[in-house]
Design a protein around this ligand. Structure first.
Ligand SMILES: *Cc1c(COP(=O)(O)O)cnc(C)c1O
Length: 451
């Protein structure tokens, strides 16, 4: 595997341009000890060899995707300034870039106005969403499906908001009948709708949940940390498309630019439809703000110091690859989805495997056909290990047996969950590599099943 280095030359040129902005200052140089730097840096390079090859297309395991060149370069470039987006004093340009980039994301979901900002990740963004929800709906329950991200339950316990999980259907989507029953019996303040679950990329039935909202009245928070950017693609199935098409009706949205938005880690995003929720954040800080009449990003965020570089990287990425249907960025995601559909088809046509359901995004989950759930789980772990030895990196996921009620005929359920093989086909290159991925999977499966 080679690492892309050609673009680094641009960084020199851009640093010279950045320097020009500070020409009027008295000369001030730093003089690093290059020998000492070199020793440690090469040591770091060696330490970093101890990683799975995340950027390579044969890494098809967990949710890991390399940042795109422009994000990497813009992030590095801005490190010479190291802006802090807590307050405008700490990062003037990068705060403006954050507002612009976040507005583009809001627009992608169909919002012309919003309140929002970047966070260090999806968990912090969800924390803010549920904190606002809890303030607006005091003492009422928050519910999320049992396939929602586990952090929702934990966040609610932190905020001392009562939480309940809602069962899923056989496609790992929130069961609408179960939700309706809860709404009839209980005081539900907020429903967390997951658009792209972390394990399987499943999409809760938002159109039906909106119908229930009209009847029962509750807030809807959409956790699209993983799936949000699929808003832009042209090859979703009808149910998934319908959910995205009404996403602008929800009250808050979380999306992770560091998942599918080509960003380095440290970039999540929270958006509220109603900008007036900003009043909930209101506080008086004696020391941070003095340069602007405007609402500082630090005034509407939990986190104080935040990486301005994250905002710069995101802004630059969206400048190069705008968030528009039919654009280059959308094309990347369509390819990922197509790769997932191709893998799904191959698995479905192979009698050694059982697939629970077709992928709704670009995550595929399958089990090894076997007489029992425990034996199938053992085989999945063996295939996982054998594949890694052949440089094919898959993931494992433990999923409840309910997901296999339709397709897992003949499996003796000697345990309630089953270890599945799982692939997040997040890189556009996965589509071109799918035959090679399949060949290795095929070969190692044959080997494992014959020993
Ligand atoms: C990844 C993920 C999160 C958590 O986001 P982090 O950025 O890892 O903190 C929350 N919800 C969903 C659906 C996710 O996929």
């Amino acid at each position: 595997m080679t690492l892309e280095k050609e673009s680094l030359g641009l960084l020199q040129e851009a640093l010279a341009r950045l320097e020009e902005g500070f020409d009027s200052l008295p000369k001030f140089d730093r003089d690093p000890n290059l020998d000492a730097l070199r020793t440690v840096l090469l040591e770091v390079a060696e330490r970093m060899q101890d990683n799975y090859p995340y950027p390579h297309p044969l890494y098809v395991g967990q949710m890991l995707k390399p940042p795109t060149e422009i994000a990497r370069l813009a992030y590095m470039l801005s490190l010479w300034i190291n802006p802090n987006n807590h307050a405008l004093d700490g990062g003037r340009a990068s705060s403006a870039m954050e507002k612009e980039a976040v507005a583009e994301i809001a627009k992608m979901f169909g919002w012309e106005t919003h309140l929002g900002h970047l966070t260090s990740g999806g968990t912090m963004a969800n924390l803010e969403a549920l904190w606002v929800a809890g303030n607006l709906q005091p003492n009422k329950k928050v519910v999320a499906s049992n396939q929602a991200h586990y952090a929702h339950a934990r966040i609610c316990s932190m905020l001392r908001i009562p939480f309940q999980s809602v069962p899923c259907d056989s496609h790992a989507r929130m069961d609408i009948v179960a939700l309706k029953k809860l709404l009839q019996e209980d005081d539900i303040g907020t429903v967390v709708v997951t658009i792209g679950t972390t394990a399987t990329g499943s999409i809760d039935p938002l159109p039906e949940i909106l119908e229930l909202q009209a009847e029962y009245g509750f807030r809807i928070h959409a956790d699209t940390a993983y799936g949000g950017y699929f808003m832009l693609v042209d090859n979703l199935d009808a149910e998934a498309r319908a959910a995205f098409d009404c996403i602008k009706q929800v009250d808050s949205i979380v999306v992770d630019p560091h998942k599918h938005g080509l960003q380095p880690y440290g970039c999540g995003c929270i958006l509220f439809k109603d900008p007036s929720v900003g009043k909930i954040y209101k506080h008086d800080s004696p020391f941070t703000y003095f340069s602007s009449e405007e609402l500082h990003l630090g005034e509407i965020s939990f986190e104080c110091s935040r990486a301005g570089s994250s905002a710069v990287a995101l802004w630059a990425t969206q400048r190069l690859l705008p968030l528009i249907p039919g654009g280059e960025f959308a094309g990347y995601l369509s390819k990922s989805r197509k790769a997932a559909l191709t893998l799904f088809e191959k698995l479905q046509n192979d009698s050694r495997f059982v697939v629970a359901f077709p992928p709704e995004l670009d995550i595929v989950v399958w089990v090894v056909k076997s007489q029992s759930a425990s034996e199938s789980s053992r085989l999945a772990k063996e295939i996982f290990k054998a594949a890694a030895q052949e440089n094919l990196h898959l993931a494992l996921a433990n999923l409840p047996k309910e997901l296999f009620l339709e397709t897992g005929e003949g499996i003796n359920w000697d345990q309630d969950s089953i270890t599945c093989l799982r692939s997040c086909l997040m890189k556009p290159e996965h589509l071109d590599w799918i035959d090679s991925i399949w060949q290795t999977l095929d070969a190692v499966t044959t080997k494992v099943l014959n020993t």
